[in-house]
Write a protein that binds this ligand. Structure first.
Ligand code: NAP
Length: 276
């Protein structure tokens, strides 16, 4: 019988996951369909129960349901529980179990550049939901330093305190981060600053950026934010948000099917959608 996979969000029309994941389902000749469902916050529990009743094989959860879904799940893995957000649900013999592949997706996207974080000083810009997934997962990689800078510094402090994994971290104001930027080997921009239509904005100045740094922006619209343009101009290596998006999807696909898919194919598919 054809399997069903899905993504639940509100809104959901913009999601690139259905095209990306239906393509790899058919590429690996898996008899399944991945469908987007627009589910309002009020309807989330009913939708969840319905999907469970029909025996859905697995689904993704996106904004605004990543935390709200947790009370309905039959189980949740430790990392997703500590992050407090789930983006992937797997049907394990009738039990719907939640995972978070956002942080690992981001880190897997860095593999071409970084094999070990033990000698790397990392700066995360932002302390929202995406930063939390990246920071908690990155803490498990034990970097030499893992600092957070945020407009609201108290939120960065709270995020550091909430992390169950030991890390050498401090919370910085945006001004402090600008001044000591040359200390960092990896800089990760996780706010929506620079996203379309406000494409000329950047969260901090990169005047003091180390030229050997790897600079990532998890925004992918535009593909190259002003922040990445500035970093490239300083001679840094840059990476846009497409990698995180593709790898979080690839890791979800692997959890559902046991196959780690062709990420090059997925990336090309996403780039085609973004350029359309
Ligand atoms: P969020 O939870 O709302 O967090 C927003 C963050 O941005 C906070 O740190 C906030 O600082 C900061 N911020 C917002 N406006 C600001 C401003 N004007 N000046 C300075 N800081 C500002 O959002 P999120 O869910 O983490 O998402 C953030 C971005 O990541 C979005 O653009 C989203 O599309 C993108 N994203 C990409 C992927 C991917 O796969 N590539 C995955 C997830 C998210 P305060 O704490 O001071 O308010």
């Amino acid at each position: 019988m054809k399997k069903l996979f899905a993504v639940l969000g509100y809104p959901i029309g913009h999601s690139m996951s259905p095209i990306m994941l239906n393509d790899v389902l058919s590429y690996y000749e898996i008899d399944a369909h991945y469908h987007p469902f627009k589910v309002s916050p009020e309807e989330l529990e009913t939708a969840f129960r319905g999907l469970k009743a029909i025996g859905i094989s697995g689904f993704n959860v996106t904004i605004p349901h990543k935390s709200a879904i947790i009370p309905f799940l039959d189980g949740i893995d430790d990392l997703a529980l500590s992050i407090g957000a789930v983006n992937t649900v797997v049907n394990d013999n009738g039990k719907l179990i939640g995972y978070n592949t956002d942080g690992y997706g981001f880190i897997k996207g860095l593999e071409p550049y970084i094999s070990s974080f033990s000698d790397k000083k990392v700066l995360v810009i932002g302390a929202g939901g995406a930063a939390r997934a990246i920071y908690f997962t990155m803490a498990k990689m034990k970097p030499l330093a893992l600092d957070i800078t945020n407009r609201t510094v108290i939120k960065a402090k709270e995020l550091i305190e909430a992390c169950p994994f030991e890390s050498n971290s401090k919370a910085l104001s945006l001004d402090e981060a600008e001044v000591q930027l040359n200390e960092y080997d990896v800089v990760i921009q996780t706010t929506m600053i620079g996203m379309y239509p406000n494409i000329s904005e950047t969260p901090i100045s990169l005047k003091n950026l180390n030229t050997h740094a790897l600079v990532c922006d998890i925004v992918y619209n535009p593909l190259e934010t002003q922040f990445l343009k500035d970093a490239r101009q300083k001679g840094a290596t840059v990476q846009n948000g497409v990698e995180m998006f593709v790898y979080q999807g690839a890791l979800a696909f692997e959890k559902w099917t046991g196959i780690f898919p062709d990420v090059k194919r997925m990336r090309e598919n996403v780039l085609r959608q973004l350029e359309a």
